[in-house]
Design a protein around this ligand. Structure first.
Ligand code: SAH
Length: 375
């Protein structure tokens, strides 16, 4: 007889998922992903404060104000290129602590007062706890802010939209090649009642797959939810005018590979280890987003590594100005922050993260179309 290995204490959400599987059978990776992040009782974003140096991960706007300022410069430039419409909807999806929007608003107020004064700010957030946090951050900005649980609730009108690290938090489906067929990966229970990966009956049509087919055991991921959000954004831009900036870590060509990962206290964790207590993400397939934009008649203004985008819009000059009257210690900190958000290599965001710019009208936009103009 083999003794059962010691069962690690299950998180409350793991218990809830195990009971669900006992009654209804294995669930897809997408459903597992959704429950981990968005379960109303135990979901990660509903119960935790994940951001910042003490959290599970740190995002670019939390590293330095320069990130939001450059995003602000891009939005002002798009607005100018598109005829300076009044009463813009300034939209952010998944605003976290509200830091990015606060930095964007400060930049708009300086560079384009008439945009700032006539714009309405719309924040789309599924977590009531984070929406409250955003309210606190943005209360002193002087902007008119509205909160929504879904993008489709944002009223029609000329739209300037930004989303940083939202798409990686939207659920993906995974398919594993087994005996020549891509079968859907599911989460079930092993013989000891613990969460375990398995394969479900659903198979993927070859039409969905990138070229090459992959070896047995290779994993293909796709995200109907992400592509659906992208289509809705692009449809809005085509119908009402505007531009969107979508920033995330991911790849520009679709391929094979298992990119699902869990992060807990800034360390990698097993995907099934601590549901509800670890952040769950996956790499964004930008080729799939580009295709979704084209399907609804939207235009790609550019797709570039984050470092190129930031430097192309004047990051280094702005960092120099920010550090001009500061102490040596503060200047060192600014330089380190610039390295972190725009540099290449491990632990830096400049290459791994990509910036996708979408418009409704095909207007050419810097830094993709022309040499960087000084703000
Ligand atoms: N943009 C922020 C936070 C990124 S974390 C930053 O850069 O710091 C992801 C954010 O998206 C969180 O605020 C989370 O609550 C929110 N979120 C997750 N799923 C969402 C959805 N379907 N719609 C809107 N917001 C969502």
């Amino acid at each position: 007889m083999t003794a059962a290995p010691p069962v690690p204490a299950m998180t409350p959400l793991a218990g809830k998922i195990a009971r669900l599987i006992e009654t209804a059978g294995p669930i897809s990776v997408a459903d597992y992903f959704s429950m981990c992040l968005a379960d109303p009782e135990y979901g990660y974003y509903l119960t935790r404060e994940p951001f910042g140096v003490d959290g599970d991960f740190i995002t670019a706007p939390e590293v330095t104000q320069l990130f939001g300022e450059i995003v602000g410069i891009f939005l002002v430039h798009a607005w100018q290129a598109q005829g300076r419409p009044e009463a813009a909807r300034l939209v952010e999806l998944g605003p976290g602590r509200g830091t990015l929007m606060a930095d964007v608003l400060r930049t708009l107020r300086q560079l384009a007062p008439s945009l700032f004064e006539t714009a309405e700010v719309h924040l789309v957030e599924t977590s009531p706890r984070l929406a409250e946090r955003q309210r606190r951050t943005l209360s002193g900005t002087g902007a008119r802010c509205h909160w929504h649980a879904e993008f489709t609730e944002v009223p029609d009108g000329y739209t300037l939209l930004v989303a940083n690290e939202l798409f990686d938090a939207l659920p993906i489906r995974q398919f594993v090649k087994t005996d020549g067929v891509f079968r859907e990966r599911v989460v079930g229970l092993d013989g000891f009642g613990r969460l375990a990966f398995g394969l479900g009956p659903a198979a993927l049509e070859p039409a969905h797959l990138p070229d090459g087919g992959g070896e047995d055991g290779s994993v293909f991921e796709f995200s109907p939810v992400r592509e659906g959000v992208m289509r809705k954004i692009a449809e809005r831009l085509v119908r009402c005018g505007g531009a969107a900036l979508l920033i995330d870590y991911g790849h520009v060509v679709s391929g094979f590979g298992d990119t699902l990962q869990a992060l807990r206290r800034q360390n990698f964790d097993g995907v099934l280890e601590h549901p509800g207590e670890a952040d769950l993400t996956s790499h964004v397939d930008f080729a799939a987003l580009v295709q979704a934009v084209h399907e609804v008649g939207g235009h790609i203004a550019g797709l570039a590594p984050q470092g190129d985008f930031l430097v192309g819009l004047g990051l280094l000059e702005r960092a120099g100005r920010l550090g001009a009257d500061k102490s040596v210690l503060e200047q060192t900190a600014i330089r380190a922050a610039v390295e972190r958000i725009a540099g290449a290599g491990a632990g830096r965001m400049g290459e791994l993260f990509k910036v996708l710019a979408v418009t409704g009208d095909g207007a050419p936009l810097a830094p993709f179309s022309q040499p960087a103009g000084r703000p």
